[in-house]
Design a protein around this ligand. Structure first.
Ligand code: C2E
Ligand code: MG
Ligand code: MG
Ligand code: MG
Length: 292
């Protein structure tokens, strides 16, 4: 009887495994055409200055809506893109679209920067820095307006190689953010040697104060201070409640992102937000009132 149960379990695993493989195969085949069939789009999540909550930038986040599969989450399809090699084409598309949008915002007088997520694979592709410089140049975007986010996962690979790739990128004038810091991959020592400009504290650290009051706030505090001591800007991700915002602000963090300030939205929605926050430029300048 035990043998039979064991066999059933193995069969169930096998079945699940087959399903996963099939799903993966489908995603890969469909992702191949996603750009040409115009199924991809970017949304932009505001980054705000703290404590003023004024938007100062936005993170471009990729969305894939398939006619029959529906919305597929980036956490599911980005790994597929990475493993199949499709990430280079997709990443190039993301960078281009983000720069087009950024150029448009800048041309309308918005003082913002845009950040784009980068897969380790892209970073290590031949002359990636050259490609970035080319895109910026074609769209007339000043390099300081672009932030490239590398995740902690990239740090697990060859450090020397990573440092030289990041240094090349930075030499073009773009800024580098270390994404998801504190999620558990890179060490404090590595942080010191990496050529980065912005430290993004992972939402897991930021979310903790809600669940275990009093234990995680010191962690946020330490990471913010560490970042500042290393001369980095520090941005707290995934701020979803006023309590979390308070912890982050008390730690001295001056940049925030999260559902409390807004989820990723189409570019025109974010622009509406930018416009209302610049009251002196939304209306034409008032002429000095003359005496009646
Ligand atoms: P990420 O770069 O760390 O992006 C932040 C993720 O947190 C986004 O998920 C965002 O929607 C979500 N988020 C924002 N505010 C909150 C909040 O208050 N609470 C919680 N719980 N989550 C929040 P999303 O868009 O599903 O993206 C997931 C990941 O997929 C990203 O994590 C990034 O690593 C990757 N990704 C997204 N777009 C791209 C892309 O264009 N290229 C590459 N290579 N990776 C991308
Ligand atoms: Mg990111
Ligand atoms: Mg992140
Ligand atoms: Mg992430």
């Amino acid at each position: 009887y035990a043998k039979l149960r064991g066999k059933n379990r193995v069969e169930r695993y096998q079945q699940r495994y087959d399903e996963l493989l099939r799903r993966r195969g489908t995603l890969e085949a469909e992702l191949r055409h996603a750009i040409d069939r115009e199924q991809l789009r970017l949304v932009f999540q505001p980054v705000v200055a703290l404590p003023s909550m004024r938007p100062v930038g936005a993170e471009a986040l990729l969305r894939w809506t398939h006619p029959t599969l529906g919305a597929v989450r980036p956490d599911e399809f980005i790994p597929v893109a990475e493993e199949s090699g499709l990430i280079n084409r997709i990443g190039a598309w993301v960078l281009e679209q983000a720069c087009i949008q950024l150029a448009e915002w800048l041309s309308r007088g918005h003082d913002v920067w845009v950040s784009v997520n980068l897969s380790p694979k892209e970073l290590h592709s031949t002359d990636y820095a050259g490609q970035v410089a080319d895109v910026l140049d074609r769209h007339g975007v000043p390099p300081q307006r672009l932030v490239l986010e590398v995740t902690e996962h990239a740090v697990a690979t060859d450090m020397e190689e990573l440092i030289s790739r990041l240094a090349e990128l930075r030499a073009t004038g773009v800024r580098i953010a270390l994404d998801d810091f504190g999620a558990g991959y890179s060490s404090l020592g590595q942080l010191r040697t990496l050529p980065v400009d912005i430290l993004k504290i992972d939402h897991a650290l930021v979310a903790e104060p809600e669940s275990r009051t009093g234990t995680a706030a010191p962690l946020v505090d330490v990471v913010v201070r560490l970042g500042h001591r290393l001369g980095l800007e520090v941005l707290a991700e995934g701020i979803g409640t006023p309590a979390q915002r308070a912890v982050v602000e008390e730690a001295g963090c001056r940049l925030g992102q999260g559902s409390l300030f807004g989820w990723g939205v189409p570019a025109e929605h974010l622009e509406a937000q930018l416009r209302t926050l610049r009251p002196n430029t939304t209306r034409p300048m008032q002429a000095p009132r003359s005496a009646p």
